[in-house]
Design a protein around this ligand. Structure first.
Ligand SMILES: O=C(O)CCC(=O)C(=O)O
Ligand SMILES: [Fe+2]
Length: 220
């Protein structure tokens, strides 16, 4: 048998990625951030028909509303629609408006159980966003509200149109971006919200809707 020798002390410079059942080449154990936090992209976590079923069910069964906020004394209404669900009794205040959590729907409970099993974390609320087209986006921000568990995991599920998502380090300004696929899971945890901003940039290339769910832990 012939062997091809590699000089001592050298390593191959490529990494062999394993393809999973859903055709992902991603590794949920890889931290996408170089420092100051942890972001894991699990890729697609369900078969396509399941992802399609959830997309349709969420589009039609969620109480979508345009978000309203008061910032610097001005009243704003977003083009993007939002909804907030959670364990009973939770209310949430941001940008001077208080929201009451709606009771979990069957699909949200199914998805909550799925992300809890994937991440090993537990969640008591979920913020949902509906972006009708690529013209609707979310600006740079951190999810560092006082009511959120500090350094707690935030699990983000995406359905519908694939959109780019980006992280920017608050000091170094380094940007890391990835594409969030239909039926995929992204988890942000540890110091991510302290050190990094994230955004969903607008794009002219996309005309179809995208639904995003972020499962969170609110301190009771
Ligand atoms: O739409 C997304 O992927 C992110 C939404 C987000 O960052 C948020 O709701 O805080
Ligand atoms: Fe966010």
């Amino acid at each position: 048998m012939q062997r091809i020798a590699r000089p001592k002390g050298t390593r191959p410079t490529f990494k062999i990625l394993k393809m999973d059942l859903f055709g992902n080449y991603t590794d949920e154990n890889t931290n996408l951030l170089p420092e100051g936090g942890t972001v894991n992209y699990f890729g697609k976590i369900m078969p396509l028909p399941e992802a399609n079923r959830f997309y349709e069910a969420l589009l039609h069964s969620i109480a979508w509303k345009n978000d309203e906020a008061n910032i610097f004394g001005k009243h704003f209404i977003t083009k993007r629609k939002v909804a907030w669900y959670g364990d009973s009794g939770f209310s949430y205040t941001y940008s001077n408006t208080t929201k009451q959590a709606l009771p979990w729907t069957p699909e949200l409970l199914e998805l909550k159980a799925l992300v809890e099993s994937k991440t090993g974390a537990t969640f008591n609320s979920c913020l949902l966003n509906l972006y009708h087209t690529g013209g609707e986006s979310m600006a740079w921000h951190s999810d560092d509200e006082k009511a959120l568990a500090k350094n707690g995991a935030i699990a983000s599920l995406s359905f519908g149109a694939e959109r780019k998502f980006a992280f920017k380090h608050k000091q170094t300004k380094e940007v890391i971006s990835l594409v969030l696929e239909h039926g995929s899971l992204l988890v942000m945890k540890d110091e991510t919200q302290t050190n990094w901003l994230h955004r969903l940039p607008p794009t002219k290339k996309i005309s179809k809707p995208r639904i995003n769910l972020t499962f969170r832990t609110i301190m009771g």
